[in-house]
Design a protein around this ligand. Structure first.
Ligand code: ZN
Length: 289
């Protein structure tokens, strides 16, 4: 599942459109479009919750899809980058179908497999970060104001306009059950910035889809910098139900000799009560530097 080029079709227009965050590439066209800055397909129906600190209990704001629009990209750039939304939606729908399969009542023990793009998902997260920041969305946490943390926009624009785009964000999956929502499967997306308390800088985005926590780390030096309880760039996510498993593959252009699998157990009785409330995680350990 390769990621298609995100560059608008040639020839370049030579025009920067003021207000488009890709304007530095001088390849704008068609004025600014009023677009959803989180892939519309992800918030069709389910509401989007925006949280402050990712592991924080209180929800900061809840938005209906109609409120999540802004003029941040010209039409030409918006459509050139739309394949990224398709990758995120494919992942979201694969998790949805995978959960359904693993949890439904049936005597069958057959596993099902779903193919998604790990590279596409990381690029989508980078575009979403740029879009959220450019939209000027106003959300506050008790300690931070999201707008005060400028992501490396120049580098993001350079990557999104490169013939071989490469995300500055690395996906990691927490292994601890309580990093995910207590009830996996709520059909919703939540997004929150991760601020490194030591450096005071934005270090990533936490996205939950159907309650499953996905951490997108900005400029992760290497996988050893992650807390021990997180797996960088998993190749597969297994959703393990009582009787059967769904396996979601996250494809990558660069293959590694070994494959990493994250297993998420569903609807098994828990022995100890979860530490957090539904919808919250545990305290994420800081990155090791
Ligand atoms: Zn543009």
């Amino acid at each position: 599942m390769a990621v298609a080029s995100l560059i608008p079709p040639a020839p370049a227009t030579g025009e920067p459109q003021s207000g488009c965050y890709m304007a530095a590439t001088s390849d704008c066209g068609g004025r600014l479009s009023r677009e959803h800055y989180i892939s519309r397909g992800l918030i069709d129906g389910p509401e989007l919750r925006v949280r402050g600190m990712p592991w924080q209990r209180e929800e900061v704001a809840r938005f209906s899809p109609d409120n999540l629009v802004a003029r941040i990209l010209c039409r030409r750039h918006n459509s050139a980058m739309s394949p990224l939304d398709a990758h995120a939606i494919r992942f979201f729908l694969s998790v949805e179908a995978g959960l359904k399969h693993a949890q439904r009542r049936s005597l069958s023990r057959k596993s099902r497999f779903y193919m998604t793009s790990g590279d596409g998902l990381e690029l989508w997260a980078m575009k979403t970060l740029a879009s959220l920041y450019s939209s000027g969305i106003e959300f506050m946490t008790p300690e931070h104001r999201f707008r005060d943390f400028e992501p490396p926009m120049e580098r993001i624009v350079a990557e999104l306009s490169s013939p071989n785009p490469c995300s500055i964000m690395t996906l990691s999956l927490p292994l601890m059950q309580d990093a995910h929502e207590e009830q996996i499967g709520r059909r919703a997306v939540s997004i929150g910035p991760i601020v490194d308390d030591e450096t005071g800088e934005l270090s990533g985005l936490l996205v939950r889809m159907h309650g499953i926590a996905l951490v997108f780390n900005i400029d992760l030096p290497d996988k050893d910098a992650l807390p021990e309880t997180e797996i960088a760039r998993p190749d597969m996510i297994d959703l393990i139900g009582m009787d059967r498993t769904s396996r979601i593959f996250l494809s990558r252009a660069k293959r590694r000799p070994e494959a990493w699998i994250v297993q998420i157990r569903l609807s098994h009785p828990r022995k100890d009560p979860p530490a957090g409330r539904s919808d919250r995680g545990c305290n994420r350990q800081p990155l090791r530097k």
